[in-house]
Design a protein around this ligand. Structure first.
Ligand code: HEM
Length: 162
């Protein structure tokens, strides 16, 4: 089933015109970049702790507890601003290989958090306050860093391919 009729409808909404033809688009993109900094910045610190290379004097649980809400807040703002930009040219973005790659990587980032983080955190009582971290934690942190670097690259490339 083609989504083209839906993309056409979306692109012709008053909101899509209000964003696409005015300063709203660069404003949304600027807020999108700030939200990305919040998401990726807080996840980066959790991953570097999982890797055992940063914030080593802090307990893993405490780092995760303090920073995860900020990551979710940034993700919510990135999704709202991203959707606002997306609806200005939905068919073009949906067909854009960089944008498709970004959405796939975002899904993988979610799976990584659910699977690997839970795997690494299962025996957290054993290493929570240790500076050194177990291999599963290092693996979860490394996979997350690679995925989020890919999301940023694909996000930046989106505008170049459109
Ligand atoms: C936390 C998740 C996200 C990250 C890390 C991210 C990352 C990025 C990056 C790095 C850019 C380029 C910004 C620039 O240099 O100006 C970008 C642009 C964009 N993002 Fe996202 N993004 C995220 C979520 C989303 C979502 C959920 C959507 C859609 C629903 C979306 C839609 C867009 C669009 C439409 C652009 C503009 C591309 C253009 O310049 O034409 N983003 N994103």
């Amino acid at each position: 089933m083609s989504l083209d009729p839906f993309w056409d409808w979306l692109a012709n909404t008053d909101l899509a015109f209000a964003i696409g033809a005015t300063w709203w688009f660069p404003l949304l993109e600027s807020i999108h970049v700030i939200a990305i900094a919040l998401v990726v910045g807080s996840i980066l610190m959790v991953d570097l702790r999982l890797l055992g290379v940063a914030a080593r004097s802090y307990a893993m649980r405490r780092i995760s507890r303090e920073l995860t809400p900020w990551a979710w807040a940034g993700f919510a703002v990135a999704t709202i601003t991203g959707a606002g930009m997306f609806m200005t040219r939905p068919a073009a973005y949906a067909a854009n290989p960089a944008f498709q790659t970004k959405l796939v990587l975002l899904a993988l980032a979610g799976i990584n958090v659910a699977a690997l983080h839970n795997l690494a955190m299962r025996d957290i009582d054993r290493w929570d306050t240790d500076a050194a971290t177990p291999r599963t934690a290092k693996f979860a942190g490394a996979v997350s860093l690679v995925i989020w670097a890919g999301v940023i690259l694909a996000g930046r490339w989106t505008g170049h391919l459109n």
